[in-house]
Design a protein around this ligand. Structure first.
Ligand SMILES: [Zn+2]
Length: 363
């Protein structure tokens, strides 16, 4: 098995960069289909339009229907063809970006990704998550290529609700610990090979950036301002965690997250919030040094990520419910089996309860 690392073709991050979108996209095609929500169009439509004025690239705006589903992807493929567009741009949150990636893949055109929030590490990846029209998970579409371009305007992201940035930190928190586990077990990553020193190093930098700038960034964003710490956290959540998870590998933390999705009581949580508690549980599962677990718990407590089951919305702990979480986390094909030792549902159950007790002791 070869070591493989993949990444977007170009990553651009800075204040006001949305105003330069046109000049960056102009060498990717002559007519862009821009997928955006009606509220996004109101906020940045004019900036985007102006950014294309000095270029030879024409643009067509199209409203997103709200779900990254087969029907929506097919509808947009038709619109792209009818308008003779030769590239697509997604501006907004995760579902818009995933839809744009999928449309680009099925039509064989370049794609530019413009996230307006930093709540997960999905923007840079060669992956789309497809749902039914009703919003139930349907399938992962692994794409042959990462986005050609990812552009983040940090001023826009800093104005989004702080909980979204914090949730992105929760997603990014898992990256180093999962990459470390995959490195130890020599597991295959989403990049289609085993890890590289580069991916492991990026994952480590991701964790170090969270520890040094996470709290400062959260406080800045709560005040709707963009500081150097906010910029660093946006990069950690999006680029470092993006490459880190995709080419470093996923392990127990994300599998335990997937386990918690079976409980209705956790449905109000964002992806990264569940992943954060999954990370604490993974550390207990691998019997990490107490100092390491403590560092992670204190980070979560400071920025406002869940550190026990009550924070996860589970007030009345039922053993059979937790066992169903543990069993789902250990389902065949789950990334928990990338851990460097055999993991059973019993072990996950014990780790969840211990992580809960540890978290409570820091309350
Ligand atoms: Zn994630």
């Amino acid at each position: 098995m070869a070591n493989i690392i993949i990444a977007p073709g170009k990553y651009i991050q800075g204040k006001g960069e949305i105003n330069n979108l046109g000049s960056y996209v102009s060498n990717l095609g002559s007519k862009s289909l821009i997928l955006i929500s009606p509220s996004g169009l109101k906020r940045v439509g004019e900036n985007v339009e102006n950014s294309f004025k000095e270029t030879n690239t024409k643009i067509v705006f199209e409203s997103f229907n709200g779900e990254c589903s087969r029907n929506e992807i097919n509808r947009l493929i038709e619109i792209l063809k009818q308008n003779n567009c030769d590239n697509i741009i997604g501006i907004g949150g995760g579902k818009i970006l995933d839809t744009a990636k999928a449309v680009a893949y099925y039509t064989g055109h370049p794609v530019s990704i413009v996230p307006t929030i930093a709540s997960t590490d999905a923007p840079c990846s060669a992956l789309s998550v497809v749902y039914t029209d009703e919003g139930a998970f349907e399938e992962y579409v692994f794409l042959p290529q990462n986005p050609n371009l990812v552009l983040i305007d940090t001023e826009l992201v800093a104005k989004a609700p702080a909980r979204l940035l914090v949730s992105g930190m929760g997603d990014a928190l898992a990256t180093y610990f999962e990459a470390k586990a995959c490195f130890a077990s020599n597991s295959t990553t989403c990049a289609g090979g085993t890890s590289t020193l580069a991916a492991l190093g990026i994952a480590k930098l991701c964790y170090e950036t969270l520890l040094s700038d996470g709290l400062k960034a959260k406080l800045a964003v709560e005040n709707k301002v963009c500081t150097k710490a906010v910029e660093n956290i946006i990069e950690a959540n999006t680029l470092l965690s993006g490459i880190g998870f995709e080419s470093g590998g996923l392990a127990a933390a994300h599998a335990i997250h997937n386990g918690f999705t079976v409980l209705d009581s956790c449905h109000h949580l964002y992806h990264g919030e569940k992943v954060a508690f999954g990370t604490i549980t993974q550390l207990v599962l691998e019997n990490a040094p107490l100092s390491e677990i403590e560092e992670v718990i204190l980070f979560c407590k400071n920025v406002g990520l869940p550190i026990n089951l009550e924070d996860m919305g589970i007030t009345n702990v039922k053993p059979e419910e937790l066992m169903s979480v543990a069993e789902a986390a250990c389902a065949e094909g789950e990334t928990i089996h990338n851990m460097p030792f055999t993991v059973t549902a019993d072990m996950v159950y014990s780790a969840i309860l211990t992580a809960d007790a540890l978290g409570k002791s820091y309350k």
